[in-house]
Ligand binder design. Structure first.
Ligand SMILES: NC(=O)c1ccc[n+]([C@@H]2O[C@H](COP(=O)([O-])OP(=O)(O)OC[C@H]3O[C@@H](n4cnc5c(N)ncnc54)[C@H](OP(=O)(O)O)[C@@H]3O)[C@@H](O)[C@H]2O)c1
Length: 339
């Protein structure tokens, strides 16, 4: 493995810009890079006063205001200037055609990195659902990330791609279990009961993966790297929750469009979001979340401490309530996380 030379003093360490540094993924990356002692970190954010950004500043990150929004190309280029590397990601965006927001934003980020002279970009991507399904499934937040990947691969810089599995935190943030009159919980899950699916904790798993890539740039040039905590079924997730939390809970299906809207009627306010959620889960179940041949063991090999669902539940001490991860209030066009 080739290793990026480390420098003797932290001020000489390579600078890595982290886009969306307050996000679950971004803060994991920023913290892992800083904790290694081998990198300086520039944290891009819309606002400097959120708890995660304050924490990153206290850990030594340089905080720069640069929104992940269209029309900020010059700001993004300026914000990345002087960086050796960049971790680039898009916030949750629901595609509402004809707008092509996520793809356009991703291309802007990539072009800003190139214009700023960044040598190595790590892009948080996902599979190309359109290509994998012959256009039969609608999951643009996957496909548009893959389109950005194609764009990055055409730029004269080194690029690597991490593909995060479904987040455990989706059940804490977006698909929160409902408590019935008897106190028991119903987990309405967007997956059939017995379909094994990859999940991950973005708060602890993204950083080690991206650190490994920046530490070994030549090894991972052009590589696509799944980041997985555990592959398990929805039924197993609920059973594990019952065992760890000591609470009564049951699985209910929110897999079909009808079931999704029955359990989460608020989603019905955005038809594009509903189409995207249904398309995404049908894709994952019928075709597999990751394309065949992906190395699903890679992230565990480089980070043996990656949390499985049981460890995540124990560490978070989650009891089934709605949880916020401390990022800033959402702004248009972000309405819900679609993955
Ligand atoms: N949920 C899943 O299962 C899953 C799985 C794989 C991939 N993904 C992908 O992961 C990405 C989201 O990552 P995440 O969950 O780590 O993000 P997140 O925790 O929801 O945070 C998004 C952050 O982006 C920053 N941001 C900057 N500009 C923004 C804007 N215009 N609108 C909203 N936020 C903006 C915000 O921080 P500031 O306010 O500080 O700027 C916010 O904290 C999405 O692209 C999603 O498709 C999700």
């Amino acid at each position: 493995m080739t290793t990026l030379p480390t420098s003797s003093t932290p001020s000489d360490n390579p600078l890595i810009t982290v886009a969306g540094a307050a996000s679950k993924q971004g803060r994991s990356v920023a913290k892992a890079l800083l904790a290694s002692g081998r990198y300086r970190v520039r944290a891009l954010t819309r606002r400097t006063d959120s708890p995660p950004v304050r924490e990153l500043a206290a850990l030594g990150a340089e905080v720069v205001v640069a929104p992940l929004e269209l029309g900020h190309q010059a700001d993004l280029t300026a914000a990345m200037r002087g960086s050796y590397g960049a971790f680039l990601m898009t916030p949750p965006i629901v595609k509402e055609p004809p707008a092509d927001t996520e793809y356009t934003l991703g291309v802007q980020l990539a072009d800003a990195a190139h214009a700023a002279g960044v040598e190595h970009v790590v892009w948080s991507g996902l599979e190309n659902v359109e290509a994998r399904t012959g256009g039969t499934k609608w999951a643009p937040h996957f496909t548009d990330k893959a389109r950005v990947e194609n764009h990055l691969r055409g730029l004269p810089l080194r690029s690597s791609f991490v593909y995060l599995a479904f987040f455990y935190s989706n059940f804490l943030e977006y698909y929160v279990p409902q408590r019935g009159p008897d106190g028991s919980l119903t987990f309405a899950i967007y997956l059939p009961p017995d379909a094994p699916m990859p999940f991950v904790d973005p708060l602890t798993a993204t950083g080690p993966a991206v650190l490994e890539v920046f530490d070994n740039p030549r090894t991972y040039a052009g590589a696509t790297l799944p980041v997985v905590g555990e592959v398990l079924t929805a039924r197993e997730m609920v059973e594990t929750f019952v065992r760890v939390s000591g609470q009564k809970a049951r699985y209910a299906s929110a897999y079909t469009r009808q079931e999704l809207l029955q359990h989460f009627p608020a989603f019905g306010g955005n038809e594009w979001l509903v189409r995207e959620l249904v398309g995404m889960v049908e894709y994952a179940v019928e075709y597999g979340y990751f394309a065949p041949g992906r190395d699903l063991q890679w992230s565990r090999r480089i980070d043996p401490n990656a949390l499985n669902w049981e460890q995540f539940l124990k560490q978070s001490q989650w009891q089934g309530e709605l949880m916020s991860f401390g990022s800033a209030p959402q702004a248009k066009p972000v309405e819900a996380d679609v993955a």
